[in-house]
Every structure is written in C-alpha cells, then in structure tokens.
Design a protein around this ligand. Structure first.
Ligand code: IMP
Ligand code: MG
Length: 174
C-alpha cells in the first residue's frame, strides 16, 4: 500500500531557501576555499543544490554514517560506513546534512573530524528539529528550515529507504 504524504515544503520553497543560504555562505567564505563534506545518503540532494549555488571554490567529499538502530529513532551510537577519501587537515570544512534531530550523529562526527585538524569546521543543514535535540552542544551555523517534530521525507530523506527522490519535503501520514 502506498503511504499518504502531506507536503510540508514545496520544491520552489526549498530551492529558493537554498539559494539564500548559498549566498550567505559565499559571502562568509569570500576569499577562501570551501571543503564540503556531504553526509550520505540523505545529504546528497541538498549538497548538490547547495554546491551549484556557491560562488567560492568548492571541493567535495563524502562520508556515510549510521546509527546502529534501524528505526526512526537514533540510538546514539554511530558507525562510520564510508570514511572520507581526502584529508581535511588545514581545510575550511562545511558539513552538509539533511536533518539534525537528536544531534547525536553530528556530535560524534565533529569530535572525529576535529582530531584530523581542519582549519575550521562548520555545520549546514537543510532541516532542523530543535525540539528533539539531546546534544545541546551541536551548533548549527546554517539552517534552511526549522521544522516541528514530525517525521519527514523527500529531498534526500527516507522512510525505510523510500521517498528520497521526492523533489519536496513531506510528512508521511501513518
Ligand atoms: P540525529 O543523530 O538524531 O541528529 O539523527 C540524524 C539522522 O536521523 C538524520 O541524518 C536522518 O538520517 C535521520 N532522521 C532524523 N529525523 C528524520 C526524519 O524526520 N526523516 C528522515 N530521517 C530522519
Ligand atoms: Mg542522515
């Protein structure tokens, strides 16, 4: 049976907001190079749309992490499934995520990446659910949308690996 999906943010709204955030990032990093770290798989659609709109020189790398739990709730333990291909040493790193929920994934990742001595490390997310935050120390510099505590899909986000390819953000009506 197909799930019913209610549109939360249209494709136009998402793309317009990504353009604004890209403009802000381009200003903030003027004269610098930016090393984007896309968190797979969810961050891939957002990373592409963001990267296309940045006017500073960009390099890209990918990392795949997952919590051990396979449900809609994150367990807190994080597993690196695919590590970066390149060093981050001395680079201005921007981590690009689909959504920050409890913050556990990023709290862990930032600790790991800091040990590799980047020049700077900053967070950018398409969506933020601040109500759900457990790791309060996770500071997000660039947020496209703050959303309520609902389970969302589309634009890279999945529900049991489905719906990543939806061009908008929707809520699965269970
Ligand atoms: P955190 O470690 O709790 O911040 O978990 C973040 C990860 O949980 C995200 O990268 C997503 O993969 C997943 N996640 C959290 N909320 C949602 C949601 O509403 N829809 C789809 N995936 C989600
Ligand atoms: Mg994710």
């Amino acid at each position: 049976m197909e799930d019913k999906i209610r549109v939360l943010l249209t494709e136009e709204e998402v793309n317009a907001r990504i353009s604004e955030v890209a403009e802000q990032i381009s200003k903030d990093y003027e004269g610098k190079k930016l090393h984007l770290i896309c968190i797979l798989k969810g961050g891939v659609f957002f990373t592409c749309e963001l990267a296309k709109r940045l006017t500073v020189p960009v390099s890209l790398d990918f990392m795949s992490v997952s919590s051990y739990a396979d449900q809609t709730e994150s367990s807190g333990r994080v597993l690196i499934r695919k590590d970066l291909d390149e060093t981050v040493e001395g680079k201005d790193v921007l981590i690009v995520e689909d959504i920050i929920d409890s913050g556990r994934t990023l709290a862990y990742l930032i600790e790991v990446l800091k040990l590799r001595k980047p020049a700077s490390i900053t967070l950018c997310t398409l969506l933020d659910k601040p109500e759900r935050r457990v790791k309060k120390q996770v500071q997000v510099k660039y947020t496209c949308f703050t959303i309520p505590d609902e389970f969302v899909v589309g634009y890279g986000l999945d529900y049991a690996q489905k719906y990543r390819n939806l061009p908008y953000i929707g809520v699965v009506e269970l």
